[in-house]
Unconditional design. Structure first.
Length: 242
């Protein structure tokens, strides 16, 4: 089971990188993994099973709409976010974002893709025309080397046979990190940040790694709606609790 915030020492990370065995768990290096995680480590993931049915904010009961969605409904129809941004999901996502350890991303994306496939198969979800990864400014992308939202979108697009439009929306200005800002500060920080570069289809899913206050996906959704989108969803790996 996953027992430390570092998840793996440098030596263990090296062993995981060198290993190509499909059954190796990326968290504990056990040999009985499926899609990158063994059952005990998978059971450690903080499932977001009690959440607002609109924005996926963790709630005391699964049928409660959060106060923010009641008072100020978002431009998107629904968010599919399977985990809370808590240990160990948060550590796995940071291992990918901060150190490029892609093996930590694979189990999360695989599980999200399976959940979305089930919802689509059961007609509980409308299939989007395209996936739009949350855009990253070119300076930040050059520094990190990749846009994690685009990587997730491309993986989901392959699994679900949905095209990815990674250049449909771009960041036209650079903003400081959103970490540590409340929702109002984030919304102000994002004013006039995004720009649509082409025609917008009717059905879109915005893809991101983590939804924190929801400011980014609200801003993107409002922009896409203003340019003709009629049904917008949000797909992400994790949602930060209040």
């Amino acid at each position: 089971m996953i027992k430390s915030t570092g998840i793996l020492s440098t030596l263990l990370e090296l062993k995981v990188n060198l290993s190509r065995a499909a059954g190796v768990c990326v968290a504990c290096l056990g040999s009985s993994a499926t899609d990158g995680l063994c059952d005990p480590c998978r059971s450690d993931l903080p499932t977001n099973h009690q959440a607002c049915p609109i924005c996926a904010l963790p709630m005391p009961r699964p049928d409660l709409v959060c106060g923010d969605c009641l008072a100020n409904p978002p431009p998107y129809a629904r968010a599919i976010i399977p985990w809370r941004y808590q240990f160990p999901a948060d550590a796995m996502i940071r291992c990918y974002k901060d150190r490029g350890q892609r093996q930590f991303l694979r189990p999360l994306v695989t599980a999200l893709g399976a959940q979305l496939a089930d919802l689509l198969h059961q007609d509980q979800l409308t299939k989007p025309d395209i996936l739009v990864p949350a855009p990253m400014h070119r300076r930040r992308r050059m520094k990190r080397g990749f846009n994690q939202a685009q990587v997730i979108a491309e993986e989901l697009g392959l699994r679900l046979n949905i095209p990815v439009a990674s250049t449909l929306v771009r960041r036209q200005s650079h903003v400081d990190s959103q970490r540590g800002l409340d929702k109002g500060q984030r919304l102000k920080n994002l004013q006039k940040v995004f720009e649509v570069t082409a025609d917008i289809p009717e059905r879109i899913a915005i893809v991101d790694d983590v939804v924190t206050t929801g400011a980014t996906v609200r801003t993107l959704s409002a922009l896409l709606e203003a340019h003709g989108a009629r049904e917008i969803q949000v797909w992400a790996l994790a949602r930060t609790p209040l």
